[in-house]
Ligand binder design. Structure first.
Ligand code: C5P
Length: 230
């Protein structure tokens, strides 16, 4: 079956506090969006890409898309809405519910080639699908809502959910449309699939697959990319 890539890139990156969405900030003279798409293309050159962009996006340049087969869809209010828009566009073209869909945040330009290959091998062979994830290293505190520790969570068995996350088209579409209809907030694909009672595979990935979110993350991502290139 076909491999589809969905890249939600319709966020405004409010937490960055920059003059433009974070996917259009530059690292080594190239936009974050361009870095991320290049990484994906190097791993999956024949994949079909669906890129979610804000309808009013004034920064995007199609020259940054290395894929031969790609389409643009409008983003939605929340990330889940953007991804659902992408899945609707894919369903209009793809007859096979079993087609594999990998969803990857545009804000994760440091994703490793080996991790992409391993994730693909696992989810392509799994009835449910799965996600890249990294074990939690820090001790985890739950706050009391007033700046003090309410309790310490047991970090054993806790993972950071990264992207890509890969599922079959049919399952993913059912999962996401259902959580949206029920008004449940989800921040990744796996939690929607979990809500169907399914258990996605955790595929251990590198911890440096960071999501550029806060201002200090940009320089860190630049150093990770430079170190990976050397
Ligand atoms: O804001 P956050 O970093 O969690 O966003 C994760 C990803 O989802 C980013 O790649 C962002 O561009 C994307 N997004 C989107 N549509 C939205 C909100 C976020 O495509 N409405």
């Amino acid at each position: 079956p076909t491999l589809w890539l969905v890249v939600p890139a319709a966020g405004c990156g409010r937490r960055m506090g920059a003059d433009r969405p974070k996917q259009y900030l530059t690292l080594g003279g190239r936009t974050v969006l361009s870095h991320t798409l290049s990484r994906l293309h190097a791993a999956f050159p024949e994949a079909r890409l669906c890129l979610c962009l804000d309808a009013d996006d004034s920064h995007f340049n199609p020259a940054w898309v290395p894929f031969r087969d790609w389409r643009r869809v409008d983003g939605g209010v929340e990330r889940v809405d953007s991804v659902i828009n992408a899945l609707e566009a894919i369903v209009a073209e793809e007859g096979d519910e079993q087609a594999l869909v990998l969803v990857h945040d545009v804000a994760r330009p440091c994703v490793d080639a080996g991790d992409l290959a391993r994730l693909f091998a696992v989810v392509d062979d799994d009835p449910v699908g799965g996600l890249l994830a990294a074990p939690v290293a820090d001790t985890m505190k739950r706050d009391d809502g007033a700046g003090r520790v309410a309790r310490t969570e047991d970090r054993a068995g806790m993972w950071h959910a990264l992207t890509p996350q890969g599922f079959r088209l049919g399952v993913l579409r059912r999962a996401l449309t259902r959580v949206r209809a029920e008004g449940v907030t989800v921040t990744d694909e796996a939690s929607a699939v979990e809500a169907l009672g399914l258990a996605p595979r955790l595929v251990p990935g590198r911890r440096d697959n960071l999501k550029i979110t806060h201002p200090e993350d940009l320089a860190l991502a630049g150093r990770i990319l430079a170190a990976q290139a050397s």
